[in-house]
Write a protein that binds this ligand. Structure first.
Ligand code: COA
Length: 170
């Protein structure tokens, strides 16, 4: 079943529902807490790059977040957490929020987005293994899970190790 989703950047009145969505989507409060720690970190948080998917009844169903990270000292973005209320998963709400967040990042002039996640989900947005750009995470993970999206391949892409915002604790 597909639904016609509305996407928009988060506003101050969305914060409790965003927490609810993350609490519902993940087994522990880790991701809900992570979102809040990132929001409190002015070096990581970029206003306008936290997107929600609204259901027709106005409730928040999906969430996608891009925050500042660095690759070998050059600025990049990291995608995640991405979350959808379990009872509304697999109806396009996650994709809608992710596409909207990525479109906003492109409009902001960003060129590199990294994601650690499901290897059969993120390629649909254009992500490919980050190892193809000689980009690696600061921890051990199977190659296919660490992915990168480059908006304009004619621009130089940094290579090296990703430095995550402190809230990620890696
Ligand atoms: C991952 C998630 C954000 C995707 O959002 P969604 O609205 O359910 O997904 P969409 O409807 O946009 O896309 C559906 C596709 O996602 C795929 N998908 C959903 N969850 C998946 C998962 N855990 N692993 C792999 N693929 C998944 C489905 O297979 C489906 O693929 P299809 O279109 O080929 O059938 C959502 O399922 C979720 O919150 N999951 C739990 C939390 C999580 O794992 N978050 C991502 C890690 S940060």
């Amino acid at each position: 079943m597909t639904t016609s989703w509305i996407t928009r950047p988060e506003t101050a009145t969305d914060l409790a529902q965003i927490r609810e969505v993350n609490l519902a989507a993940f087994p522990t409060p880790h991701e809900a807490d992570l979102v809040e720690a990132l929001r409190a970190d002015q070096q990581a948080w970029i206003p306008g790059l936290s997107w929600v998917t609204e259901a027709p009844d106005g409730s928040i169903t999906g969430f996608a977040l891009l925050t500042r990270c660095h690759v070998n000292g050059s600025p990049a973005l990291t995608l995640g957490p991405c979350a959808v209320r379990p009872e509304r998963q697999r109806r396009g709400a996650g994709s809608a929020a992710i596409h909207a967040a990525l479109d906003a990042a492109r409009e902001y002039g960003e060129n590199l987005v990294l994601v650690l996640g499901h290897a059969d989900y993120y390629p649909r947005f254009g992500f490919t293994p980050a190892s193809g750009h000689s980009i690696r995470p600061p921890f051990d993970v199977e190659d296919k899970y660490m992915m990168a999206l480059v908006f304009d391949p004619t621009l130089p892409v940094p290579s090296g190790t990703i430095r995550y915002p402190a809230a990620f604790g890696v």
